[in-house]
Design a protein around this ligand. Sequence first.
Ligand SMILES: C[S@@+](CC[C@H](N)C(=O)[O-])C[C@H]1O[C@@H](n2cnc3c(N)ncnc32)[C@H](O)[C@@H]1O
Ligand code: SF4
Length: 447
Amino acid sequence: MDEALIRRHALPVPRYTSYPTANHFSAQVGVSQYRQWLDALSPAAKLSLYVHIPFCRELCWYCGCSTKATHRHRPITDYLGSLEAEIAAVAAALPGRPRITHQHWGGGSPNILQAEDILRLGAALRERFTIAVGAEFAVEIDPRLLARDQVESFAAIGVNRVSLGVQDFDMAVQRAIGRMQSYDETRLAVELFRGSGVDSINIDLVYGLPHQTEASVVRTMEQVLTLSPDRIAIFGYAHLPSRLKHQRLIDEKALPGPLQRFAQSQRLAETLIAAGYRQIGIDHFARADDRLAQEPLARNFQGYTTDAADALLGLGASSISRLPQGYAQNVVSSEDYARHVAADGLATARGWALSEDDRVRADAIERLMCDFDFSAQALRRRFGPAADPVIAEADAIVAEDVDGLVEATSDGFRVTPRGRPFVRNICAKFDAYLPRQIEQRRHALAI
Ligand SMILES: C[S@@+](CC[C@H](N)C(=O)[O-])C[C@H]1O[C@@H](n2cnc3c(N)ncnc32)[C@H](O)[C@@H]1O
Ligand code: SF4
């Protein structure tokens, strides 16, 4: 991989957890539109729930999540009250009592909730929804905040998958990102969950952080491997200090450049593949017996998933719902969220109604992000002639490609192994809303 190629292609682009991406959402979708979309769902629909907990004890300097720091418990119990009101309003807007096949609590740090808060929120959801037998139930965990009674509460409400934030075990890196977390704290969190029967464990790591080197990220990975996680997510650090003020605490001079970032991600992938993990999409790795390695892959706001529900309903501040008709996002600040829920029950502030062209592009981009290819026949079968412009664009992209990043297949379009690190940039070529150059400043480096 040569430097010129990386510099030419690794331009800042979205992570494509949705298409169109959330920065295009507008106020044209509000509470009444979201209510109509909920009402139009079939009573037999399979639903997925995402619950956002936008609180942490302290802000890590690199953090790009929608969260805020609090040392008090009152804002959290107040927030739980608003969540209960929104859960009731969403359930009332749905026809019948739909089945939940997938649940994900994210943040922020859902384990900022105390043991009794966890039971309370679990009960509020069970009161209004029928949770399908065998439903996947995942929660994001900050190992530094975890106590045994919380783990017991999570196990009691049916959590069967947890995702632990680690990022890096190197002390110099931890000091440079404002997050001190020992290997032993992390190991204890893994043992507590496994001991309570929650045995599907994911660990999040980040490369491209200050002071990281190829050798240091591999050392962290070797420590992580001693915990035998089922899945490992490796995110490239997204540095956007103009939008995220706390990232200004990060010393930019200590950040690895694009070539170093690329080398770090390659070394991490090699280490994991040598340890028997399979690479899933752009940033996930899973053991061969994990569902992520076995079932058809989908992409949503949380990243890669096997969730095959008909609609994803987001609950809580800033959460995004995906319905057949389009996307609906709640207001971002927890104070505004509380006010909106108190007034309307729902807190939708913006969103996007999908056109037929959006649906074709969303499908092609999701397949590229998951499988690195798409089938022209499958697109035509699903969308008819509306698929034609995207298929024609794919041909043009192949014709223009001088770097061997993409190729035509007997049945469509494929990203080559050489092109895989640039798949987000290739997806961007199918993005009808990405005004070149100007838009790119909103996103982080693709590698
Ligand atoms: C909600 S946190 C995980 C749970 C918990 N809050 C914690 O940090 O332990 C989601 C994950 O996003 C990743 N992340 C956060 N900010 C990021 C950034 N600026 N660039 C890349 N990844 C980031 C981290 O790997 C983090 O573990
Ligand atoms: S990385 Fe996790 S713990 Fe740190 S601020 Fe972000 S959400 Fe909170």
